[in-house]
Design a protein around this ligand. Structure first.
Ligand code: UD1
Length: 341
């Protein structure tokens, strides 16, 4: 048994990856991070060092570069892999589908081929609730629902990624796999040392809210006002990024226990929240008046979706610790801190 408990974290300098590194270290793992920083801030390693007390091993490589990735597997005996490395901007994926298919699928295939070759036992894949597409009548989605039609090439890369993993698992049951279907990750590390670094104007709601509040953006546009929801705005399941990070560590522990070997698992709070409610919580917590207006619906947005998280609760013994208020509070701290860095 490798005492260092090394976990390869691809894309570990990104938003969810960086928070997961801190959670892995808290649980006694040694993350080895492969990231080429094309979508991450160069300051992330030093920030993580401040939280965990040492500089973890960051290797600047593109997981699509099989030779470089092979070299990494030759150097380390990994107990598990958490595969985050992928593009994630929905709109961009519609404009540049090949860029998304090439990067997201090739990176996954390379990592998986090496996992099989080097006999790594445990693999956690970063999936998304986007695999459900438009959920129809049932807004609270369970994992056994048939996958919807993905609204974007980005979504297709997650659907295909899951299917690819299922096929590989069927051919080699030695590889234990968990696909975590994230709902809407928000918030930041409670220390305020790491958070989300959107490159360019963000697509996601929370960075737009906090960014508009500090004047980085003129105004927040709320996309659509006549959805069939309580206040006419879309409903999502917002989950604190540290709760999501903890789910990865729990998933690794579950895979290591060896009771099951291919699972798709929703990671959400089980609570749906409208966009207007998020704004209201933000204003209450920050004491700021947000400059916002209604605008047209965003193409591809589903009206309402939230997780049924029973499987994560029971299988992983995972329960979210943070409230929406905590998440908004931490995201706001982080935004203010960035202003002064
Ligand atoms: C999106 C992706 C999802 C992806 C996730 C990554 C779509 C359809 N889904 O989720 O596949 O995994 O990002 O984080 O794109 N909103 C506004 N104004 C804004 C920004 C957002 O009103 O400026 C609203 C949106 O209409 C939506 C909610 O806020 O109702 C959340 O949006 P967002 O943060 O972009 O997440 P999703 O669209 O749910």
């Amino acid at each position: 048994m490798n005492q260092q408990r090394k976990i390869l974290v691809t894309g570990g300098a990104g938003f969810i990856g960086s928070h997961t590194i801190t959670a892995l270290v808290s649980e006694g793992f040694t993350p080895i991070i492969a990231d080429d920083f094309r979508n991450a801030d160069e300051s992330v390693p030093a920030r993580i060092e401040k939280i965990i007390g040492y500089m973890p091993e960051f290797i600047k490589i593109d997981v699509c570069d099989k030779e470089a990735l092979t070299h990494l597997f030759e150097q380390h005996a990994f107990e598990g892999i958490i595969h985050f490395a992928a593009y994630k901007a929905v709109g961009e994926s519609v404009a540049f589908p090949l860029k998304y298919y090439r990067n997201n699928l090739l990176g996954l295939i390379n990592t998986l081929e090496l996992a099989v070759q080097f006999k790594v036992r445990n693999f956690v894949f970063s999936s998304s609730c986007t695999v459900y597409g438009e959920p129809g009548e049932i807004k609270e989605v369970t994992e056994d629902l048939p996958k919807g039609l993905a609204a974007s090439p980005y979504g297709n890369t997650k659907i295909i990624g899951e299917e690819l993993l299922r096929d590989v698992h069927q051919s080699t049951s030695d590889l234990h796999i968990a696909c975590l279907r994230y709902f809407n990750p928000i918030g930041a590390h409670p220390s305020g040392m790491i958070g989300e670094f959107p490159i360019g104007k963000p697509n996601n709601l929370l960075p737009m809210v906090t960014g508009a509040a500090v004047g980085k953006y003129k105004q927040l546009t709320v996309f659509g006002d006549d959805y069939p929801t309580a206040d006419g705005t879309c409903v999502r399941d917002y989950i604190h990024v540290m709760d999501l990070a903890a789910a990865h560590v729990k998933a690794l522990a579950f895979l290591q226990s060896g009771t099951s070997s291919f699972e798709t698992i929703n990671i959400g709070t089980g609570e749906g929240t409208t966009v207007l409610k998020v704004i209201q919580v933000f204003e209450a917590i920050s004491g700021e008046k947000l400059n916002w207006k209604f605008g047209p619906k965003r193409p591809g947005d589903v009206a309402e979706i939230f997780a049924n998280a029973d499987k994560a609760n029971h299988l992983l013994n995972w329960y979210p610790k943070y409230s929406l208020e905590d998440s908004v509070h931490h995201a706001w701290n982080w935004e203010k801190k960035l202003q002064h860095d």
